[in-house]
Design a protein around this ligand. Structure first.
Ligand SMILES: NC(=O)C1=CN([C@@H]2O[C@H](COP(=O)(O)OP(=O)(O)OC[C@H]3O[C@@H](n4cnc5c(N)ncnc54)[C@H](OP(=O)(O)O)[C@@H]3O)[C@@H](O)[C@H]2O)C=CC1
Ligand SMILES: CC(=O)[C@@H](O)[C@H](O)COP(=O)(O)O
Ligand SMILES: [Mn+2]
Length: 381
């Protein structure tokens, strides 16, 4: 029996690689739904190949244009209602969440409440609503399978292990394109330089996050929720080659690492095939070609976002939602050349100071805080 899959964000970097995995393993997987923001040209090509039953174009105008161009037996939905409907559709077993940003929270929660397995790339969902998402997953006996390379690595290292024996989670970070830049030069770093990641070809938002080290900060929070470990047990180490995707140190001192070529199709495939491992078409690592593996401390003075994320997690409650919302707005502004590189941590810190964190119990509370910080930034910048 083929596993039936919905992909949210199918025109993005992760979405396209997820479709690649499905194409290579078409005996194992079938696409029943695809969702995008507005790229209907690419979605139309995907529809021709994968023949989904339902598609979502978040942008209503574009959704209406698409409707006139495709066979009438394919349902075309739009907006948040559309995302929720496709994420909960009866035929679907696994929802691959590869949209970017906190917009992914509500469809994920809805899918969990309908018992769908979640293959989660969209880390912002856990950053803004981690406690709610994990609680609902527990209540509904739903698996959240990490796609993010570091978290897939940790998940793989933990197979057959008891989480009570974890002494430390060691998240590796490439250090990004600015690892060797000095602070003076970073002041005027341009977005197109920030987009040149040394090892991965990714979407624009996560590429900027890698350049500020906010990506690693978000991943620390993501790890806390996925693996239920205390903050002081999550360490970040710079590993410029991105070959070791992360490690777990156990109470007896043993460290288990997961290695692989920097190719997201591997963690995507692992999440879809779990608990099996299947032969795929992924890039294999040639150990003989590796001359060395380096490790070093992150420079949090040069990259303050990492420390801000730790601080937000230490404060807890709604503070991670505040840093995430602020970061999403600030990355957009940096990409539009409206602010400079160090304005990103500067305004995140200001937003944190302006917010009084509280423990949320409902999705409405989380969405309210997300909205608040976006509005607050408009008055500040
Ligand atoms: N890229 C990578 O290698 C990795 C990414 N991740 C995480 O995965 C997520 C996706 O990243 P990435 O693929 O790089 O991002 P991209 O920017 O490349 O793609 C984003 C996708 O989401 C869609 N989208 C955005 N907003 C909406 C919306 N409101 N409704 C429906 N679809 C929407 C976009 O559609 P459209 O094309 O129409 O705009 C696009 O398909 C992020 O959370 C990122 O942090 C994690 C690890 C690695
Ligand atoms: C591929 C992936 O999972 C990204 O999150 C990647 O790890 C980003 O690289 P950095 O380590 O530079 O943040
Ligand atoms: Mn990652």
């Amino acid at each position: 029996m083929k596993k039936k899959i919905v992909i949210l964000g199918s025109t993005g970097s992760i979405g396209k690689q997820a479709l690649d995995v499905v194409s290579n393993l078409s005996d194992s997987f079938e696409v029943v739904g695809l969702a995008v923001m507005r790229n209907i040209a690419e979605l139309q090509e995907q529809i021709n190949i994968y023949k989904p039953k339902v598609v979502v174009v978040y942008d209503k105008v574009k959704a209406d244009i698409l409707k006139s161009r495709i066979p009438s037996n394919i349902r075309v939905l739009s907006g948040m209602e559309g995302l929720i409907e496709i994420a909960t559709m009866e035929e679907c077993e696994i929802v691959v969440n590869s949209v970017v940003g906190s917009i992914g929270l509500l469809p994920t929660l809805s899918a969990i409440r309908c018992g769908k397995t979640i293959a989660l790339a969209n880390k912002e969902t856990l950053v803004v609503g981690g406690s709610l998402i994990m609680e609902e997953a527990r209540k509904n006996n739903v698996k959240i399978l990490p796609v993010d390379s570091e978290h897939s690595a940790i998940f793989q290292c933990l197979q057959g292990e008891s989480s009570k024996n974890i002494s430390k989670i060691i998240l590796t970070a490439s250090g990004g394109p600015f690892r060797e830049w000095d602070k003076e030069s970073l002041i005027n770093a341009k977005f197109h330089e920030a987009l040149k990641h040394p090892n991965w070809d990714m979407g624009r938002k996560i590429s900027i996050d890698s350049s500020t080290l906010m990506n690693k900060g978000l991943e620390v929070i993501e790890a806390k929720w996925l693996f239920d470990v205390d903050l002081d047990k999550i360490e970040v180490i710079i590993h410029p080659q991105s070959i070791i995707h992360s490690m777990v140190e156990f109470v007896d001192g043993s460290i288990i690492a997961q290695l692989g070529a920097p190719d997201m199709r591997l963690p995507i495939q692992y999440s879809l095939a779990y608990p099996e491992r299947i032969t795929g078409d992924n890039t294999k690592l040639n150990l003989k070609e590796l001359s060395r593996l380096d490790f070093m401390q992150p420079d949090t003075e040069k990259f303050p976002c990492l420390q801000l994320a730790y601080e937000a997690l230490r404060i807890g409650g709604t503070m991670p939602c505040v840093i995430n919302g602020a970061n999403e707005v600030l990355v957009e502004k940096y990409l539009a050349e409206e602010i400079k590189f160090y304005d990103i941590p500067k305004y995140i810190e200001k937003a944190m100071k302006a917010h009084k964190s509280f423990q949320y119990n409902t999705i409405e509370e989380v969405l309210e805080v997300d909205k608040w910080v976006r509005e607050w930034l408009k008055t500040e910048i």
